[in-house]
Structure formats: structure tokens, C-alpha cells
Write a protein that binds this ligand. Structure first.
Ligand code: HEM
Length: 498
């Protein structure tokens, strides 16, 4: 039998993991499990002190009460919560050849009930070899930095247009998130289809416009994921209101995507200039792949729209929150941005991104304090020892990177926003476990659009820092966790032109 390098690594790692001296799984501390309710009583008003809508605070309380490894029985499903970076490392090492998570179950159900439109449940919910068939195909144009850099000229133009349209010479904006969502929809659409959607245009400001519809549909769909993941036994028998809400949003996204795919696959404009490496879109590339067909592309495009807007929009809000409240950070950013972008409309080029050390540190520090996910979920692919307990293969694990990143034992002054932590040579530089700040996750199931998202966010930081001074006008911002971490208050900022 041929043993591949990866297979051999896994064999060795399983041998190390099968620790005979480990304490039994049953002894992992956690909330008492009641008949029928299991540990769900902790989330009930009056008797419980946990909150699904504030998973980060729930996680914090959990590790305070029970320690670094916490077992919960959530309505029959056992979950192990992991807070320690060395355990998080072990979880990734035990994720196997096809890292599996249990999420987006209702999205999969919706798509699998439409076999004339989809081959699979899509990249987000699918596990196993089918996931890898999709992933290895569709990640091709997104994995290498030189391919992602091809999107830079158009994203630079879009961010420039956004700043001119919504901020101009300077203004106070009391609720910036809806504008930022338009920016990130436009960036996602342009990467997907190589054309503009017109998200900043006045004709798209009505609530019945395609732009408003897409933003609303993705936000509603994302907000239904956690609740539908927890109620599968009910909606799989009878459509519940929350399932119907998700269905309506997915169907709206599907209609828009289908119309666009139809246009691309049926209309050939002979007079249009021939597409070059720089102008060819993600979908143009996807449609040429032999490993996939139109049904796969439909699912992938929908997943990229679902994953592309809220993640980057919420992150942009937190970046602005931290910059606008920290004058010193803002001054250092301004100095870097003015050096790299001498004029107000100087383009962000690949070399500018390579030299944007401080802007990159701002992004990393934002992700430390405000990652978009509180952690990730995995089904263990092998028996694994975590915090001295033997956790069996197949167990559902939730990592809590957000909580770990806000603990004194992992970071000095953990609640202080300090980009210098990430600058080598700075007195505040900290050499910490690489398994703490993992906003895009890690390993082969890491976010498929990581490089694209980072590129867009860095360009945004540089262009804002170059052209405006910012002052925070809102109240303190934390997060609510419908699934990803959303600002829990209005993002209110005064912008002044530099
Ligand atoms: C701030 C920006 C973003 C963050 C922090 C982020 C984070 C993540 C995380 C944590 C995962 C789960 C990975 C895992 O389970 O190991 C993920 C998966 C994914 N993300 Fe992102 N993401 C971001 C932006 C985007 C964008 C812009 C898109 C699309 C254009 C996108 C599309 C996806 C998709 C399709 C997956 C599923 C990948 C798979 O299961 O193979 N994300 N992302």
C-alpha cells in the first residue's frame, strides 16, 4: 500500500494522540446535563446565564466556570469547547484529510432539494471528498497571491469611488455599516463577474433595488444559520418560520446569480474588447473548469456572495472603530499611508501592499480583538488528547479564539488596541502561539477568499488613513453573534479630509 507524506504524518500524529494516560472523556467538566434539555437550560432566561446572541461572553463565562476544556450537551449533541492555544493546535492537527464542520445544514437541505439547480449542498456545508472536489477546483484563482493581485486595479478604483461618493471632503456619518456593506458587495461582485453592479449609484438606494435586496438577503441568511443548525430535527420534518426565512433569502440570491450566469453564458458581445489576464473574472475562469459544471458554479457563486459581504463589512467597521479612537495609531497610519500613497488618488499597487507594515499590523490587531468568528467548528478525525482528556474521534469541537485572544494569560493588556504587538523590533512586539489569532482559520479548510479579503481590507485601511482624519462619535462597540460577530451598535464617525 502506498503511504503518502500526508498520510504518514497523520499516522504518526494519531500514534502521539492515542494517549493511554489521558483522563476519560466523561470527566471533562461542563454544565450539568438535565433530562431532555441536556445543557440547554444554561441558555434559558432566569435559570441560565448563557446567551446565544453573545457567544463570546458565554465562552468567557464558560472557561471561568469550568476551565480550558468544557463539555456541553446541546439537546443531545455533545460539544467540546476549547480555549487553550495548544489544544486549538491539536484540533487542527486532528482534522484529517477532509476537515469537517457541522454548519449551514439548512443551506445544504435547500440546495439538495433542487437537484435540477445544484449538484451538492455547496462548499460551505459540504464535507468529505465532495467538499474537496469543490474546494480544489474553485480555490485555484484565489489561492496564489499573484492571481489575487490581478483584482487590485479594480478594487482600488471601487474603494476610491466609495470614498468620494460617501465621504468626499469630510462628513459625520452616524450609521456607516449600510454604506460599507455596499462597498463590500461591489468588491465581491466585481471580482466574481468582472463588472460593476452600481452599488453606490442613487438608483440603487431604494429598498427594492437589487443591491439592497442582496445585502438584506445575505444578512438574513447568515443570521439564520446558527438557529437552523440547532433545530435540524424540527425543520427537517416541517418547515419552520426560521427555515422559511432562510429559504426566501437563498432563493433571492439564487435568482440574481442565475440571471447573471444566464447573461454570461448566453449573450456574446462581439464588439466587447477581448478579456485579458487582468480583466477575466472569477466566474469566467470557473465556467472553463472541466472538473465542475454550471450547477457547481451556481452554488459556488452563491456561497461567495453569502461569505463575502458581512465578513468584510463588519471587519471594516471594527477597523474604523479602533483607528478613530486611537490618535497615536491614526498618526502612525497616516505617516505610512502618505509615504506609500503620495497623492490623494495614488493607486494601491502590489509593492504598496508589500510595504504596508503598519496597516497590516492594524488589521491583525483588529482581528485579535474583533475576529469575525468567535472560533471554528470541527468534527475530530481521530481520538485526540486535549488538556489531558481523551476526546474520541467524531466529537464536535468549537474553538474559542476570540475569548483566548482577550485573556491576560495570552496577551499583555489584552483589551488595549496595540498594533505594535505585531511589529518586529517594537518594544511591544509579542511572540505568541500562532494558534491564537486565526481569523480566517487554518489548514486546508481556511477561508477560500482569505487573500482577496486581506487585500481589500488593507487597501481600505491605506486609502482611509491617507485621506481622512477620523473621530469616533458612537458609544462603545462590542459584538452580537447571530453567527458571525456583528457590531452591536451604530458605527458613527466624523471624517475630515487631510
Ligand atoms: C474579514 C474577512 C473574512 C473572514 C475573517 C473570513 C473567515 C472565514 C472563516 C473563519 C471560515 C471558516 C474556515 C474553517 O472552517 O476552517 C471561512 C470560510 C469561508 N469563507 Fe471566509 N472570511 C472572510 C471573507 C470572505 C470573503 C470575502 C469570501 C467570499 C468572497 C469568503 C468566503 C468563504 C467561503 C466560501 C468559506 C467556506 C470555505 C470552505 O468551507 O472550504 N470569506 N471564512
Amino acid at each position: 500500500m502506498e503511504v503518502t507524506k500526508r498520510g504518514l504524518k497523520q499516522l504518526i500524529s494519531s500514534a502521539i494522540q492515542a494517549d493511554v494516560s489521558a483522563k476519560p472523556f466523561e470527566c471533562i467538566p461542563g454544565p450539568k446535563s438535565l433530562p431532555i434539555l441536556g445543557g440547554l437550560w444554561k441558555y434559558l432566561p432566569l435559570i441560565g446565564n448563557y446567551d446565544l446572541n453573545r457567544l463570546h461572553i458565554t465562552g468567557y463565562k464558560m472557561q471561568e466556570e469550568y476551565g480550558s476544556l468544557v463539555k456541553q450537551n446541546m439537546g443531545g449533541e455533545v460539544i467540546v469547547n476549547v480555549f487553550d492555544p495548544s489544544d486549538i493546535e491539536q484540533v487542527y492537527k486532528s482534522e484529517g484529510k477532509f476537515p469537517a464542520r457541522r454548519s449551514h445544514l439548512a443551506v445544504a437541505h435547500y440546495r439538495l432539494s433542487r437537484p435540477h439547480l445544484y449538484n451538492t449542498g455547496g462548499l460551505l456545508p459540504t464535507n468529505g471528498s465532495e467538499w474537496w472536489r469543490l474546494r480544489s477546483t474553485f480555490q485555484k484563482p484565489l489561492a496564489r497571491i499573484q492571481d489575487v493581485r490581478l483584482f487590485l486595479p479594480s478594487s482600488d478604483k471601487i474603494i476610491g469611488d466609495f470614498l468620494t461618493t460617501f465621504i468626499g471632503e469630510g462628513v459625520v456619518i452616524y450609521d456607516f455599516l449600510p454604506h460599507i456593506s455596499r462597498l463590500n458587495l461591489e468588491l465581491t461582485w466585481s471580482a466574481l463577474f468582472g463588472e460593476r453592479l452600481g452599488s453606490f449609484h442613487s438608483t440603487q438606494s431604494n429598498c427594492d433595488s437589487i443591491v439592497a435586496g442582496l445585502i438584506e438577503a445575505t444578512e438574513i441568511a447568515n443570521s439564520c444559520i446558527l438557529r437552523t443548525d440547532m433545530t435540524e430535527t424540527i425543520w427537517s420534518k416541517m418547515k419552520t418560520p426560521i427555515y422559511k426565512k432562510l429559504e426566501k433569502s437563498l432563493s433571492f440570491i439564487e435568482c440574481v446569480v442565475d440571471k447573471q450566469l444566464n447573461k454570461i453564458t448566453t449573450v456574446t458581445d462581439e464588439s466587447a474588447p477581448k478579456k485579458t489576464e487582468e480583466t477575466i473574472s472569477l466566474v469566467d475562469k470557473y465556467l472553463k473548469f472541466e472538473e465542475s459544471d454550471l450547477k457547481d458554479v451556481r452554488g459556488m457563486v452563491s456561497d461567495l456572495i453569502l461569505g463575502g459581504i458581512d465578513t468584510t463589512s463588519y471587519t471594516s467597521c471594527f477597523i474604523l472603530y479602533h483607528i478613530s479612537r486611537n490618535k497615536f495609531v491614526q498618526e502612525r497610519l497616516k505617516a505610512e499611508a502618505l509615504k506609500l500613497l503620495p497623492n490623494a488618488n495614488s493607486p494601491v499597487s502590489p509593492s504598496v501592499l508589500n510595504e504596508a507594515i503598519y496597516s497590516r499590523a492594524i488589521l491583525k490587531e483588529t482581528f485579535r480583538l474583533n475576529p469575525i468568528a468567535t472560533g471554528i467548528s470541527r468534527n475530530l478525525d481521530q481520538d485526540t488528547t486535549l488538556s489531558g482528556y481523551l476526546v474520541p474521534k467524531g466529537t464536535l469541537i468549537i474553538t474559542h479564539n476570540l475569548v483566548a485572544c482577550r485573556l491576560e494569560k495570552n496577551f499583555k493588556d489584552p483589551l488595549t488596541f496595540l498594533p505594535e504587538r505585531w511589529i518586529r523590533g517594537s518594544k511591544d512586539y509579542c511572540n505568541v502561539s500562532p494558534y491564537l489569532v486565526l481569523p480566517f482559520s487554518h489548514g486546508i479548510r481556511t477561508c477560500i477568499a482569505r487573500r482577496l479579503a486581506e487585500q481589500n481590507l488593507l487597501s481600505f485601511i491605506l486609502k482611509v488613513g491617507r485621506n481622512y482624519s477620523l473621530e469616533w462619535k458612537g458609544s462603545q462597540l462590542d459584538v452580537v453573534t447571530p453567527i458571525i460577530c456583528k457590531p452591536d451598535n451604530h458605527v458613527a464617525i466624523a471624517f475630515k479630509s487631510i
